[in-house]
Design a protein around this ligand. Structure first.
Ligand SMILES: Nc1ncnc2c1ncn2[C@@H]1O[C@H](COP(=O)(O)OP(=O)(O)OP(=O)(O)O)[C@@H](O)[C@H]1O
Length: 232
């Protein structure tokens, strides 16, 4: 499922943050969206998931134009936000049931997946707890479990590694690799590039709302020296 952003300009109300942004995330690959604070990464994601309307440009997922077929388009996407969003009155089990209903999942298959993921993230004994009472990292894990029980073809993950313990980071990377092998496409933003560099196929570097560089991950240090950590 390839994602195409073509000449996207957009932002908030009168404020134009993104200027003529174009990039493609090819089928079954992982693209890292990088840039300094305020460069427009989350704004790009907000456009892709349909929270913001473009002032100009097109966003398509395979042949589905976001503006023309919003429901078909959004059904293909799993989004993990930077700040976990949990419902105050729902237990962990109810959060998972809600995801299954929203994505029209086969409950038996989805619960088998959920059980495995809950064990992986050490949440298996917390099904009747309210995630609002969880730690930040635990709430993040709830978001990951909710996303990975779906059959979404495109995963969008905003800053996945901050706040997760080292075991959870490795488990998440393994899940990403596994789905990638099944043809799932990933777009993720991160400031922790060294964690993702072996798993990413390409990067898009945003600077002041514009694409300043893009290319293969292996060319990152050459193309974006200003974001490369000097270990000398
Ligand atoms: N809700 C909003 N209303 C108005 N302006 C916003 C809003 N959210 C972000 N902005 C502005 O848009 C610009 C880009 O912000 P954005 O959150 O996309 O950056 P980012 O690259 O995700 O940054 P970070 O690495 O800090 O998460 C900033 O100038 C910011 O002030």
């Amino acid at each position: 499922m390839s994602l195409k952003i073509k000449n996207l300009s957009g932002g908030y109300g009168q404020l134009t943050v993104l200027k003529d942004v174009s990039f493609t995330v090819p089928d079954g690959t992982l693209t890292a969206l990088v840039g300094l604070n305020g460069s427009g990464k989350s704004t790009t994601i907000n456009h892709i998931i349909g929270l913001l309307n473009p002032k100009q440009g097109d966003i398509t997922l395979n042949d589905y134009l976001l503006t023309q077929k919003p429901i078909t388009y959004k059904a293909q996407i799993a989004y993990i936000p930077e700040q976990p969003v949990v419902y105050e009155e729902l237990t962990l089990k109810e959060h998972l049931s809600l995801t299954m209903a929203a994505y029209h999942l086969d409950e038996k298959v989805a619960w088998q997946r959920a059980d495995k993921l809950l064990k992986m993230f050490r949440l298996e004994d917390k099904l009747n707890w309210f995630p609002t009472h969880f730690s930040k990292g635990m709430r993040q894990k709830v978001m990951i479990v909710m996303a990975f029980i779906t059959d979404a073809k495109l995963f969008i993950i905003d800053e996945p590694f901050l706040g997760l313990d080292v075991i959870a980071v490795n488990d998440l990377l393994a899940l990403i690799d596994e789905r990638k092998q099944q043809g799932v496409t990933f777009l993720l933003t991160t400031h922790v590039l060294h964690t993702i560099e072996k798993h990413a196929d390409q990067f898009v570097y945003l600077k002041d709302g514009q694409v300043a560089a893009q290319g293969a991950m292996t060319d990152f240090a050459t193309l974006v020296p200003e974001l490369t950590v000097d270990e000398g």
